[in-house]
Design a binder for this molecule. Structure first.
Ligand code: 13P
Length: 254
């Protein structure tokens, strides 16, 4: 089964509008000079307030843009929230859901994340579903059980068609922003477990077609080895996606 590679940047709460425009300008220029391999897609999730301006200026330049979160609700009196329909209306293509920072600071759990994925899919957005264990959970030997449970709770109930619009990002919490990357072996064994879980929950086709990205201190120097693992279909990149030259290094490593 040959799957494309996706190199996605999660900008988190970094960059003002001028900073964002400058980085995207540098990036699109670099990608025009040297194209990524044909089976590599580049996605970026800037802060949502900046998203429409970036899309307006840089659509059709080889990058897909998306948001970092959405509400589970369709609309309503939810001050500060953004709906999936709003994200779709500015022609964004995907939304990141269930990031460990949302889980930690905004108390999101997999029941809520399931509803958010449903909202994204109802609005024809691709959902990037994030999962991953903490360091304590790994040290206690619970990491496989935790991730299996997360994937099962968040994704059970979707049909095969819906699953084709979901991307999974395995992001071990201990590797996010720490400079400590999961080894290619650690990442591969978890990705294989996630794929096996999908095989049991759905079927072989859903499992084989799913893009499973690795996230957690991906850098130009470690991307090639991570991305060459059989069950790793690209990366969800935080810090290194903020600097155009680092991000292109990772894109070309794919
Ligand atoms: P870092 O690449 O900075 O470790 O962040 C990973 C991440 O959280 C992407 O969503």
């Amino acid at each position: 089964m040959s799957r494309k590679k996706i190199v996605a940047g999660n900008w988190k709460m970094y960059k003002t509008l001028p900073e964002a425009m400058e980085t995207i300008g540098t990036l699109t220029h670099a990608l025009a000079v040297q194209s990524p391999k044909e089976n590599v897609e580049v996605w970026i999730a800037p802060p949502s307030v900046i998203l429409p301006m970036i899309i307006h200026n840089y659509h059709n330049r080889g990058i897909s843009f998306g948001a970092q979160n959405c509400s589970e609700h369709k609309e309503g009196a939810y001050t500060g929230e953004i709906s999936a329909a709003m994200i779709k209306s500015v022609e964004a293509q995907f939304v990141i859901l269930g990031h460990s920072e949302r889980r930690a600071y905004h108390h999101e759990n997999d029941t809520l994340i399931h509803k958010k994925i449903r909202a994204a899919l109802s609005n024809q957005l691709i959902a990037i579903y994030c999962c991953g264990e903490t360091l304590d959970q790994r040290n206690a030997g619970q990491h496989f059980d935790i991730v299996r449970k997360q994937v099962t709770e968040a994704l059970s109930g979707f049909n095969a068609d819906e699953m084709s619009n979901i991307v999974i990002a395995y992001e071990p919490v201990w590797a996010i922003g720490t400079g400590v990357t999961a080894s290619p072996e650690q990442a591969q064994e978890m990705h294989a477990l996630i794929r096996e879980t999908l095989r049991q929950l759905f079927d072989g086709k859903v499992a084989d077609q799913m893009h499973i990205l690795y996230g957690g201190s991906v850098k130009p120097g470690n991307a090639a080895e991570l991305f060459s693992q059989p069950d790793i279909d690209g990366g969800l990149v935080g810090g290194a996606s903020l600097v155009a030259s680092d991000f292109t290094g990772i894109i070309y490593a794919a």
